[in-house]
Structures are given as C-alpha cells and as structure tokens.
Design a protein around this ligand. Structure first.
Ligand code: ADP
Ligand code: ZN
Length: 721
C-alpha cells in the first residue's frame, strides 16, 4: 500500500488519506501516528471501500510518521467498531478510542519507574509530608499516581525522593501473568447444571456464533456452570471475557475464579493504574491474557483470539453507558460474538424483557437452571402493608419487620435490609420557612450524609457542610431531615436492637476492592448481624447465615414512572430476595409497600415470575415500547438556558415526517439542569422495522448549532431523565 485511509482520533474530523513512506509496511488495522496541521495524531488504517472520504490528489498527501508497536486491529474488531458507531450514531473515532484505551500500551519502554516508601524519615517533617507518608504506606506507583493517592503535589513527593524517603523501583511492565489451569480444581456439577454446561462446552468447541440466555434462579450455580465452557476455551487456547456490572462484584468473582483455576483472571476497569492498564492491554492484544474480567469497557479491547463471552447479571442497567458513546454492553457483546463467530452467554436470574423476547423468538437459546444448588430452597416471600401496619412516628420499619429482625438476632442469624438510597435523608428542609436545600448545578435535592457530615448532590458531586442556621430565614437549629436513606435505617436498627452489629453497604462505603473484600470477610465470619444496603448488596453475595431480607420501600422504584420502572423493581426485589436462605437454613423475605395489589408487588409475593413477565410484556406490546417498538432520545444541552431552548426548538422545527416514527417534544428534561447544563429532550418512538438511526442522522446532519450546544443521541435509552 502506498496510500491509506485513516480514522484519526478527532471525533470532529472524518477519515483522512495519507501517503505511506517507502519501506513502511502498513496493513489494515495498523495503529499509526500521522501529522495533522502542526500536531501529531493517532489513527487507525481502515478499509477505504468501507469509509467514503473526499479524494485528495496524490501530491497533496502527507506521509504517515510511524507505525506503533501493537498488533493491527483485526477485521472482526473493525467491523464491530463500524457497527457500534453506526447503531449508536457515534463518531467512528470515539468508538476506536475505546479500543485503544491505554495510551501507555502504544509505545514507550517495557520497564518503568515506580516509587515506594523506604521506611526512612525526612530531615524536616511538614504536615504535608506526614500525611503523604501515612497515606502511601504499602503503595507502589508512579509519582503522579502516588500524588493522587496522597492528595499532595508531585513536588512534595519529589522532595521525599530527594530525602531518601521514597525510592525508585524499576518494574517490568509487561511481565507475564500467572497462568490459569483449566483442570486446577474441577467441581462436580449437579445433573441440571451438567446439562447446561455440556451445551455450552460443545458450543465453545464448535467455535461458531451462538447466543445463550442462561436463566437460573438465584443460588442455582450459574457461575460454576459457566466456568466449564470457560475451561474448555482455555484448553483450546482461546481467550474468555467475563463482563460484570459492577467493580464491587469482581472481588467475590476473583476468589471463586482463583479457587477453580489456580490463578486470578486479569481485571479491567476504569480505575486501573496506568501500568496495570498497559500490562493488561498488551497481554490482551498479544493473546497472552487468558481470562479478562471487567466492567463494560473491557468489551472493546483488542482480544487476539476470543473464544467465549459471558455477561453476568446481564439484566443490569449499568451495562448501559450514559455518556460519550451511549452503548449497551450487553447488546454489543452479542454483536461482538457474532463478528468473532463465538458463543456468548447472558446469565441472569431476572432476565431483561428484551432478552426473554429474543429467546422467545428463537434468536437466543434459553438454558434453564430452575432450582437452587445443594437442595437449598427459595425463600418465602410476604408483603407488609404499610397503610395498615404503620411504623412508629419518625421510623421506617414496621412492627412485623422489627420482630423478624429481633428474632434473627436472638438466633445468631444475619439479616439484610434493602433501600436504594444512599446517605441519611434525601431531602433537608427548614422547619421555620420551608427552605429546601437544592443543588446549584442540578435539578435535584442535596442528600444528607451524616457519616461524612455533608450535604451532597448525587448527580454532580457538589458538596457543602450543613449550616447551623437556615440560609433563607437565618433561624438556628431548624433543619429537618425528610425521608430515609440507608444511614438513617442503620440508626433505627441500632436504636431498636442496641446489641446488633450493623454495616452500611453502599458505593460510599464499599468504594475499593479492598473494602469490598473486608466486608465479605466480616460477613462470612459472622461479625455483622444486620446489613443495610443499596442495590450494591442485591446481587453476587453468598452469605449462608443470612436468613432474613427486608425491603424497606418497594414502592420507591415505581415512582420514577419510566418505561422500565416495574421491571427494575421486580428485578431488584427478586435479586435481593435471592440473598436469603442460600445455606441450609430457609430464608424469609418481607416487602414493605403501600401498594400490595400493584401487579409487580403481587407477582413478587406470589413468587409468580411468569405472571409478571406476561403482564409486563403485554403492557410493552400495547405501548409500542421495547422490545416491540424502539425508543431513541435526542438530548440538547448548553450552559446557556436560552441557547439550549433555541437549539431544541430548531431541532423540533425541522423534524422529519416518517411513517412508523413518532416524535415527542422538545420539552425540558426531567433533570432540566444537570452539572450546570440546561437540558431539553426529544423522544422518538418507532416501529422495530423503522430505520431510526438513518432518520436521526439525516435530520441532525442538516442543522448547525452554536459552539456551546451539545447534542447527544441515545439509542435504546435506559435513562429518561
Ligand atoms: P448464582 O450465581 O446462580 O446465584 P452461585 O454460582 O453463586 O449461584 O452458586 C451458589 C452457591 O452454590 C455458591 O457458593 C457455589 O459455590 C455453590 N455451588 C453451585 N454449584 C456447585 C457445585 N456444582 N458444586 C459445589 N458448589 C456449588
Ligand atoms: Zn448537582
């Protein structure tokens, strides 16, 4: 090739052609550095026939500068990038960037310098030095990363290096990972599990595209079951990708994986250190990495020879990314498997309606694990009608639930209370004048966090200290907390059961793998009597002594009123119920609600999953909602309210008339202000067969907006705020 077309890492620019210097061996997929104006930019060599661009005369082409030392992106991955960009209306460059997500992996030496404490003391101690030395105990990382951990400037740490308090260590970044052994510690599967795993193992060996929906009740041993096809892939020297919805869950997964395969898998998530990132990226691209466990971003890595993808807890909405490229990792995982011609397993105890529908129509094969492993029974479920059984004033737990908690504590068994609200109280107001604390950047109340003594916004992170007097009327000591969060429930438990050891489990308290591991160890050692947690505790955990689950407010999720509210409530409550009675002792679940006859609550209480899914399916069908029709959203935002409004109006005014496509709005978004930006939304509802993406591209492609306006297109949206 003497002329190539590149996707360059600038989302605003389309593909550009370049000249290939004499003797440089580029191929499709090569990652290269090219000049762009006075700068240099990374690009990927693309198949020109798939990427129309303006024809530039030979003489005007500038030469590529160098090929980066990484394997070229394989055609399967290039097709996935194209598909993702096309389907989600995103720039190719933005999708390609998710593949090349480790700058360090592209170049540089294979060793690097990290620093660690020597144990020595500086000649002169300063407060900053003291704090840094305390926080860096046991850490080893680059100066930049250590500075971040310690919350001090690079300069402070360089000073400590000069004093011999920190010492440099040369690390081989790309040192090999321990090998997983397919036969390390095999388990005997139950007959039910074996049937499923045999099918999956055969699919891995066959090496063709095959999507499976693994529908297994909580505690049925889905993990053990999909470990077998993973082992089969390892034996064939094929890589495996396991996607998990939350980093907090990886900890438990890592331990189980290591028990079974004798070595930990490779972990991938957004908060890896740059060296870990580079090492993992290169091992994945070279094929050395055997099993990768990660959050959704692991999906776009350049696997050399992928043999199987597993999406665990596949119903989870966190697989949907809500900024940048707004993709759904569950759906893209299936597409990736298709391009790679390999099996993909979507595992869940409460599959998404979309996935069930795919199974129904024969596109996915459904595999069932209908009973718990080892003879454990599913818990009994009952509702507590809060309109009849009122908690005491200022309290949130009804007498029946309090009684059940007391009983478990006396028996030495564990309980779990679920409330999907972080902090102490969702709203703080002034008793005197009614003033409510609101976020200055978002249409949202500030949430009181009593542990950290802050009022904080859960959308933008804005924080203040609760003042002593009302900012509006100046009255002292007049602020009241309204409504419960998990911290408040934990206080209530401590008051009712003074002897109980209570743990609050949220993303605030379990914010690192170490803390997650510590929590699991404490719960397993029975050092915790009552766990009070958000959706973080609804899945993955396996505590045999946990026999009572209380759902503090099952109506909470239904209030939002978005398309999937009922489904999400069903999934969350069924998942958290699944934490009870996983050992030899039977479990009990008590659901507090004001709507005992709401279909979703009634189905939960009756343990009638099919009834719920049937009713929900009918409701969606008649509303033309997914999976029967499709939704898309256009979100217009600007820091200037008027500008956002005008842009939204311009979009609304030029809306196309297309058969089978209905356009609603523009209207102010429910979150009309978010992170300082004013927001308007248009919603598009279309038949499945309509080419929504083409309609949107054509529609928006003809419009021009001021610089400050951002237009985001969200295909198959999950968030309607
Ligand atoms: P699920 O993910 O379906 O909720 P898990 O995979 O967590 O279920 O399994 C529940 C528990 O049963 C785990 O502790 C797991 O180790 C155990 N288990 C499941 N299957 C087997 C098996 N075949 N042999 C031994 N233990 C098993
Ligand atoms: Zn905010």
């Amino acid at each position: 090739m003497n002329r190539v077309r590149l996707i360059i890492f600038n989302a605003a620019l389309g593909p550009l052609d370049y000249k290939v210097p004499e003797g440089m061996a580029v191929e499709f997929g090569s990652v290269v550095v090219a000049p762009l104006g006075p700068r240099q930019i990374i690009g990927v060599v693309w198949d020109p026939e798939r990427l129309p661009a303006d024809e530039v005369p030979e003489a005007k082409l500038r030469p590529i500068l160098e090929i980066l030392p990484v394997p070229p992106l394989r055609p399967e991955l290039r097709r996935l990038i194209e598909w993702t960009a096309d389907y989600y209306c995103a720039p190719l460059a933005s999708v390609a960037r998710m593949v090349l997500s480790s700058g360090g992996a592209m170049r540089g030496p294979s060793t690097m310098t990290e620093y660690r404490l020597t144990g020595g003391m500086p000649e002169r101690m300063t407060p900053q030095r003291e704090i840094a030395m305390e926080l860096l105990e046991g850490e080893q990382a680059t100066i930049r990363e250590l500075a971040e951990i310690a919350g001090v400037s690079d300069g402070v740490l360089r000073g400590l290096v000069g004093q011999g308090v920190l010492e440099p260590v040369q690390v081989d970044i790309d040192r090999p990972y321990p090998r997983a052994d397919a036969g390390h510690a095999t388990v005997d599967l139950s007959a039910e599990q074996k049937k499923v795993s045999d099918i999956l193992v055969a699919a891995v060996k066959a090496g063709t595209f095959a999507p499976y929906l693994l529908d297994g009740v909580t505690g049925s041993g889905k993990t053990e079951t999909y470990f077998e096809p993973m082992a089969a892939a390892l034996e064939n020297d094929r890589q495996v990708l396991v996607l998990l919805p939350e980093i907090a869950l990886t900890e438990a997964f890592l331990r189980r994986f290591e028990q079974r395969f004798g070595a930990p898998p490779i972990v991938w998530h957004s908060s890896l250190k740059s060296t870990e990132r580079r090492r993992a990226w290169r091992a994945i691209a070279s094929g050395e990495a055997q099993v990768v466990v990660g959050a959704r971003s692991a999906l776009f890595l350049p696997y050399a020879n992928l043999g199987l993808i597993v999406v665990d807890e596949a119903h989870e909405t966190s697989f949907k990314q809500d900024d940048g490229v707004r993709y759904n990792a569950r759906d893209v995982a299936v597409m990736r498997a298709r391009f790679e011609k390999i099996p993909v397993v979507l595992a869940s105890a409460t599959p998404a309606l979309e996935s069930l529908q795919m199974a129904e129509s024969g596109i996915y094969e459904k595999l069932d694990l209908p009973s718990r492993f080892g003879g454990a029974t599913l818990p009994s479920i009952a509702t507590i009608d809060l309109t009849e059984q009122k908690p005491e004033r200022g309290r949130w737990l009804a007498p029946e639930l309090v009684e059940a908690l007391t009983d478990r504590l006396e028996k030495g068994e564990q309980s779990l209370l679920f409330l999907n609200r972080r902090g102490y109280a969702p709203l703080t107001l002034c008793r005197n004048c009614g003033f409510r604390f609101q976020c200055p950047n978002c249409s949202a109340w500030l949430v009181e966090h009593r542990f950290s003594q802050r009022l904080s916004c859960h959308h933008c992170g804005h924080e203040t200290h609760p003042p002593d007097t009302c900012p509006e009327c100046g009255e002292p000591d007049c602020l009241v907390a309204c409504g419960p969060g998990v911290e408040r429930i934990a206080d209530e438990v401590s008051e009712i059961l003074p002897g109980a050891r209570v743990a609050v489990v949220t993303s605030d308290t379990l914010n690192s793998p170490e803390k997650a591991a510590e929590f699991v160890a404490q719960a397993e050692a029975k050092e915790i009597d009552v766990i009070v947690g958000t959706q973080l505790v609804t899945k993955g955990f396996h505590f045999p002594e946990l026999t009572l689950v209380g759902v503090v407010d099952a109506d909470l999720g239904l209030e939002g009123g978005d398309l999937r509210a009922a489904e999400r409530t069903y999934q969350q409550v069924a998942q958290v119920a699944g934490r009870a009675g996983r050992g030899s002792k039977p479990g009990e679940v008590l659901i507090q609600t004001r709507h005992t006859d709401a279909p979703v609550i009634a189905a939960l209480a009756a343990g009638d999953r099919d009834a719920f899914y049937e009713a929900e399916t009918e409701a969606r069908r008649s509303a033309g909602a997914p999976p029967f029709g499709r939704w898309a959203a256009i979100i217009v935002s600007s820091e200037d309210e008027n500008e956002a409004k005008e842009a939204a109006r311009a979009i609304g005014g030029s809306q196309p008339r297309v058969e089978d496509v209905m356009i609603l709005g523009p209207a102010p978004a429910p979150m009309a202000l978010l992170r300082g930006r004013y927001r308007y939304r248009l919603l598009i509802n279309a038949r499945r067969s309509a080419q929504v993406q083409d309609v949107i591209r054509k529609w928006l492609g003809g419009l021009q907006f001021p610089r400050g306006v951002r237009i985001a297109v969200d295909i198959d949206p999950y968030s309607f705020v």
